[in-house]
Design a protein around this ligand. Structure first.
Ligand code: TMP
Length: 258
């Protein structure tokens, strides 16, 4: 009902590589997936550590439910039994060092399960999925932060998600110092990324988020996360509500003309 169809055909070439189907599909190309956008709405909250996403996500879910919507809250990494187990491995402070690519693969394994087991079925039911982080976090942290080439991550994202992209990404933006200071006082809030990655890493992550938001202003909205939790939550709810209204208006116009 609300989703906008964005077919993004992917193909697997005979050498096993994934490529876009656009251009000149030939008999040697095999189409593996064409994303059919289901009727729900897919909203992702993003931001550097300590931005206040989780509180904003909880307020958003409560506001949408109060307005009578079916909502599916989830988080990354996590949201499924294997995802929560991987979360423990990925975020526990003091765990052995590993490469950005290994991190990207582990986050992606959790994401593949989440997309298949939770997100796609929820969207198919017409639910509003509110996810605290998504593939955009891998681009920010493992791509911009750890230096894994972005084209490799894009390929991995397509394999992991089958091309499922959020309708809306709300970036809650805070300066690195402020975010890390907040997390330092949050009970049990410290993760491996806060403990073992330096300030420059977190600056690159924040710059990455801002670059992604600037490059795709239709999908991304930026909220100033330095204000009070209540102000941030109010903005997030307003942004999502207006996107819902716009999507419904579009759907009813299509219904009238179609
Ligand atoms: P959070 O639950 O407090 O947001 O913590 C998740 C941490 O994991 C945060 O430091 C960001 C990091 N992360 C990645 O590095 N890559 C990813 O793909 C995801 C989902 C999270």
């Amino acid at each position: 009902m609300w989703g906008v169809a964005r077919p993004q055909p992917l193909v697997v070439r005979e050498d096993g590589r994934v490529a876009r189907a656009e251009g000149r599909p030939t008999g040697r190309l095999r189409r593996v997936e064409e994303v059919e956008r289901a009727p729900g709405l897919f909203v992702v909250l993003e931001g550097p550590d300590g931005a206040g996403k989780s509180g904003a996500a909880a307020s958003l879910v409560a506001a949408l439910r109060a307005a009578g919507h079916e909502v599916t809250p989830t988080r990354e990494p996590g949201g499924t039994p294997i995802g929560e187990a991987l979360r423990e491995v990925l975020l526990r402070a003091g765990v052995v060092e590993r490469s950005g690519l290994a991190d990207a693969l582990l986050f992606s394994a959790a994401r593949a399960e989440l997309v298949q087991e939770v997100i796609r079925p929820a969207l198919a039911r017409g639910s509003i999925v509110v996810s605290d982080r998504y593939a955009t976090s891998t681009t920010a942290y493992q791509g911009y932060g750890s230096g894994v080439p972005l084209d490799q991550l894009l390929l991995l994202e397509r394999i992991t998600t089958g091309g499922l992209r959020p309708d809306l990404v709300v970036l809650i933006d805070v300066p690195v110092e402020a975010g890390l200071a907040r997390r330092g006082v949050a009970a049990g809030g410290e993760t491996r990324f806060e403990e073992a990655f330096d300030r420059e890493f977190h600056e690159r992550v924040r710059d990455g988020y801002r670059a992604m938001a600037a490059a795709d202003p239709t999908r991304w909205r930026v909220v100033d996360g330095t204000r009070s939790e209540a102000d941030v939550a109010r903005d997030v709810v307003a942004i999502v509500t207006s996107r819902l209204t716009a999507a419904r208006t579009r759907a009813s116009e299509v219904g009238r003309t179609g």
